[in-house]
Design a protein around this ligand. Structure first.
Ligand code: GLA
Length: 723
C-alpha cells in the first residue's frame, strides 16, 4: 500500500516509487504539510519549529502558546480567516456575511484504486495502479466539510489532489475561492516556470526568481487560455533538464484558473493552483457539494526531463481515453489553410484525390460547410449542411471521399452562435450576457450558455443529426473566443462542466470518432480537454520556426501524442516565412502529423517529398508518439532547436534538429543526445556511421554546415546487436 497512516503520530505518508509526501494532524487538529520530495521512510514532524513571531497570532485553541501560529506553520489546505495572512486555498462566505472557515481534522479513509470526480475530468487508473486517501476536515461552526482527495499512482510517481466542499450545516454559504492544491515549503530558493503566450504563439517558457511577495498568473477568459497554460514548475534555482529538484502542478481543467507562488516573511514558499476567484462566487445550499477540479503533481530530483516524462506517461496512460489513445492516428489534410471559406464539394473531393495519391489517410472539411457561412460573420449555431455550397449532400460527399480510400472528418464549434443565425433569431436569450447590457463580441460571435442543459441539448441534437449523415471518423472541436459578460458567480464553472457533459455524451455516442480539440489553436490546450479529446490543435501558427518554440514549451507537460501539428504552405500564412518542405516536415513530426495546404499547387518533386514524409512518419509513429521525448536544446536561447525520441528499450532513436539561425563561417554545432544506452553502439540508418551511446551523449554529434537558412535534419539511430 502506497498510503501509510501512523496513528501514534497521526502522520499520513504517501509513497510513490521515487517520492514521498507527508502531512500530519497536530495537537490542535490542524492538518499540517510536512514534506514532499525524494523517497523517505522517516517521520518528518521534527522539521516543525515553533517560535513566537511578532504579528503572527495564534488560534484561540492554542491558549497562551504564542509560538503556535498558522501564519508560520506549513499547511495542507489553508483557509482565509484563521490568522494565516498568506495566500489561501479556500474562502467561504458564511450566511452572516463573514468570511471565515476554520478547518480541523475529522476523519480519513484509505481506499484501493483512484477516486473519480462526478462531471469532471480526472486521472483514471486500475484498482492495482493507484490508491486513494480521503481526509475530511470540518469547520465546527458553519459545518462546512472539506474532503481532501489524494490519488497515489506509485509506479508513475504521480500524486493527484482534489477537494470536495460540502455544506452539512443549516445555512446557505458562498464559496469565494477554491484552490485545489497547496504546497508549503519550509525552505528553498526557487524559480517559477510559467508557460505564457498569445494567440498563434502559445506556451513560451518564462523562468523567474521567486522573491518576496506573490507571483500570480491565471485565466479569467472562460477557457484555460493562450495567455497562460494551467501548469507550473517550481524549480530549485540550479535545476536544469537533467539536474536538480523540481515540482510540477498541472490543472485538469479547461476554464478559469489561478496559480500563486508566494515567498513569505520567513522565506517559506507557498504554491497554490486552483479555480480563479475573479468572477467566482459559488452558492452552496444546505446539503449541496462542490467539486474542485484536480491537480496532477510530481516531484523530480533529476531535472525537467524526468518531470516531463512523468507527465507524458500520466497523460497518455491515465488521462486520455478512447480507442485512439494507443492506436495510430490518421495522417490528415485539413481544408482550412488550403481554401479557408472558399470551397465546395469538388474542392474537398479534389483534396481527397490528392490525399489518396500522397498516402494521406483523411481529409478534414474545416469551417464553412454549414448555414450560409462564407466568412466568419454568420451561421454559427445553424449546424445544417449548406448543400447549395457543397453542391451535394453531406452523405454524398463523404461517400465520394471514402470511395477514394480516404477517411472523412469535419469541423464544428458547438459553443458559439452568430447573431446572423436562425438559432440566435429563435433563442436570443441563450447567450451569455448580463441582463440588459450589450454583450462583448469577439470574431463577431457570442457564446452560448452551455451551463444550461436545454441549450446544450439543442446543439447536441443538431450535431448528432449532422454526424449521422455518413461515415464521419473525426471531429475538430473548436472554440474561437473568450468568455466575457459573466452574469453570475457560478457561470464560469458551470459552463466548463456543461462543455464536459456535452463531450462525455458525444464520446459515448460516437466512441469510434476521433475528436481533436482546438481553440484558435492552443487556447484550450489542457489536461481537462485531453480527457475527452486525445489530440489538440497545438497552435494556429503553422510556421515551422515558431512551432519549434511552441512545441518545446508544450512538451514540458504534454506528450507528443496530444499535439496536433501540420505541414503548411510557404510563405507561411501567419509569419510570411519561407522554410523548406523538409524543415516543415521534421517539425510537424513532433506531433500527430498532417497537412494544411493545397497539394494541387505543388510540383511533382514536392509531392514526392510529401509521399516520403508520410511514409517516414508512419514508420516512426510509434516511436514518436509513445517513445521517451527529450529536449536537446532551448530554442528560445540557442541557435538551433533539437529534440529526440527514444524507444522504451532504448534500441531505436530519432533525432531532430532545426537550425534557427545561420551565420558566416559557422561554429560547429555538437548536439548532445540523451536517453541512449551508454555501452551500446548505434548505427545511423541513413549514412551507416556507427557511434557509441555514451559518446553521443557526452561529446555529441556534429551537425553539417548549413547551406541555407532554417535547415533541418532527422537522424534515425538503431542499436547494433553485438551478440
Ligand atoms: C480556428 C482554428 C483554425 C480554423 C479556424 C476556422 O482559428 O484554430 O484551425 O479551424 O478556426 O474558423
Amino acid at each position: 500500500m502506497s498510503i501509510i497512516y501512523d496513528s501514534n503520530k497521526k502522520i499520513f505518508s504517501l509513497h510513490t516509487k521515487n517520492t514521498t509526501y507527508q502531512m500530519m494532524v497536530d495537537q490542535h487538529e490542524y492538518l499540517l504539510h510536512l514534506y514532499y520530495g525524494s523517497s523517505n521512510s522517516g517521520l518528518m514532524d521534527y522539521l516543525l519549529v515553533y517560535a513566537d513571531r511578532g504579528f503572527s497570532g495564534s488560534p484561540y485553541v492554542a491558549g497562551n502558546d504564542r509560538t503556535y501560529s498558522l501564519d508560520i506553520l506549513p499547511q495542507e489546505y489553508p483557509t482565509l480567516g484563521t490568522g494565516d495572512y498568506r495566500n489561501y486555498a479556500l474562502n467561504i462566505e458564511n450566511s452572516d456575511g463573514s468570511q471565515c472557515c476554520d478547518l480541523k481534522f475529522s476523519h480519513y479513509e484509505i481506499k484501493k484504486g483512484k477516486y473519480s470526480l462526478k462531471g469532471l475530468p480526472a486521472v483514471w487508473a486500475g484498482e492495482k495502479e493507484a490508491d486513494t486517501l480521503e481526509i475530511v476536515l470540518k469547520d465546527r461552526v458553519s459545518k462546512i466539510e472539506v474532503s481532501l482527495l489524494y490519488g497515489v499512482l506509485a509506479d508513475e510517481d504521480i500524486i493527484t489532489r482534489s477537494a470536495i466542499i460540502r455544506n452539512t450545516g443549516d445555512n446557505k454559504v458562498t464559496i469565494k475561492k477554491a484552490s485545489c492544491a497547496c504546497l508549503d515549503f519550509l525552505t528553498g530558493d526557487f524559480d517559477v516556470m510559467k508557460f505564457y503566450g498569445r494567440h498563434a504563439m502559445e506556451r513560451n517558457v518564462e523562468r523567474s526568481r521567486v522573491g518576496h511577495g506573490t507571483i500570480s498568473f491565471g485565466s479569467r477568459r472562460g477557457a484555460s487560455s493562450h495567455q497562460y497554460n494551467p501548469a507550473v514548475i517550481l524549480a530549485d534555482k540550479n535545476a536544469t533538464e537533467d539536474f536538480g529538484s523540481c515540482y510540477g502542478m498541472l490543472f485538469v481543467y479547461s476554464g478559469n484558473f489561478l496559480c500563486e507562488v508566494e515567498k513569505d516573511q520567513m522565506n517559506q514558499t507557498r504554491l497554490l493552483l486552483g479555480l480563479n476567484d475573479d468572477w467566482f462566487s459559488y452558492p452552496l445550499d444546505v446539503k449541496e457539494e462542490f467539486i474542485v477540479p484536480e491537480v496532477i503533481m510530481t516531484y523530480s530530483a533529476n531535472g525537467f526531463a524526468e518531470l516531463s516524462h512523468r507527465y507524458h506517461s500520466c497523460i497518455r496512460n491515465h488521462v486520455c481515453r478512447g480507442k485512439y489513445v494507443n492506436t495510430e492516428r490518421p495522417v490528415l489534410i485539413n481544408s482550412w489553410e488550403a481554401a479557408y471559406f472558399d470551397f465546395n464539394g469538388e474542392t474537398i473531393v479534389d483534396l481527397a484525390k490528392e490525399a489518396a495519391d500522397l498516402g494521406i489517410d483523411m481529409v478534414v472539411m474545416d469551417d464553412g460547410w454549414f448555414g450560409k457561412r462564407d466568412d466568419d460573420n454568420s451561421s454559427l449555431g445553424d449546424w445544417c449542411v449548406n448543400e447549395k455550397k457543397l453542391g451535394c449532400t453531406l452523405s454524398e460527399l463523404i461517400r465520394r471521399v471514402n470511395d477514394l480510400g480516404v477517411k472523412f472528418g469535419i469541423w464544428i464549434e458547438p459553443e458559439m452562435v452568430n447573431e446572423d443565425s436562425d438559432l440566435y433569431r429563435n433563442h436570443p436569450d441563450w447567450i451569455i450576457k448580463i441582463g440588459h447590457r450589450d454583450p462583448v463580441r469577439a470574431r463577431n460571435q457570442l457564446l452560448l450558455d452551455f451551463s444550461r442543459k436545454e441549450v446544450r441539448d439543442h446543439i447536441f441534437g443538431q450535431i448528432c443529426e449532422m454526424l449521422d449523415q455518413g461515415n464521419i471518423e473525426y471531429i475538430k472541436w473548436d472554440m474561437n473566443r473568450s468568455m466575457a459578460d459573466v452574469y453570475a458567480g457560478n457561470v464560469t464553472y458551470d459552463y466548463v462542466l456543461g462543455v464536459y457533459d456535452f463531450l462525455e455524451k458525444l464520446i459515448s455516442k460516437y466512441p469510434n470518432v476521433l475528436i481533436e480539440g482546438c481553440s484558435g489553436g492552443g487556447g484550450r490546450f489542457d489536461a481537462g480537454m485531453m480527457y475527452y479529446t486525445p489530440q489538440i490543435w497545438c497552435s494556429d501558427n503553422t510556421d515551422a520556426i515558431s512551432r519549434t518554440r511552441i512545441q518545446y514549451g508544450s512538451s514540458f507537460f504534454y506528450p507528443i501524442s496530444v499535439v496536433g501539428s501540420h505541414v503548411s504552405a510557404v510563405p507561411n500564412h501567419q509569419t510570411g516565412r519561407i522554410t523548406s518542405l523538409n524543415t516543415r516536415g521534421v517539425t510537424a513530426m513532433a506531433g500527430t502529423f498532417g497537412y494544411e495546404m493545397n497539394p494541387a499547387l505543388l510540383s511533382e518533386a514536392e509531392k514526392a517529398v510529401i509521399r516520403e514524409q508520410v511514409k517516414t512518419y508512419k514508420k516512426y509513429e510509434r516511436l514518436i508518439c509513445q517513445g521517451d521525448y527529450y529536449r536537446l536544446s532551448n530554442p528560445f536561447a540557442e541557435e538551433y532547436s533539437a529534440w529526440m525520441f527514444v524507444s522504451e528499450d532504448k534500441k531505436q532513436a530519432l533525432v531532430n534538429v532545426v537550425r534557427l539561425d545561420v551565420q558566416g563561417n559557422m561554429v560547429t554545432t555538437y548536439v548532445k543526445l540523451k536517453g541512449l544506452k551508454k555501452e551500446a553502439m548505434y548505427i545511423d540508418d541513413a549514412t551507416g556511421k556507427v557511434y557509441n551511446g555514451a559518446a553521443l551523449m557526452e561529446a555529441g554529434m556534429p551537425l553539417s554546415f548549413p547551406k541555407t537558412e532554417y535547415e533541418a535534419y532527422q537522424i534515425a539511430l538503431t542499436e547494433i546487436d553485438m551478440a
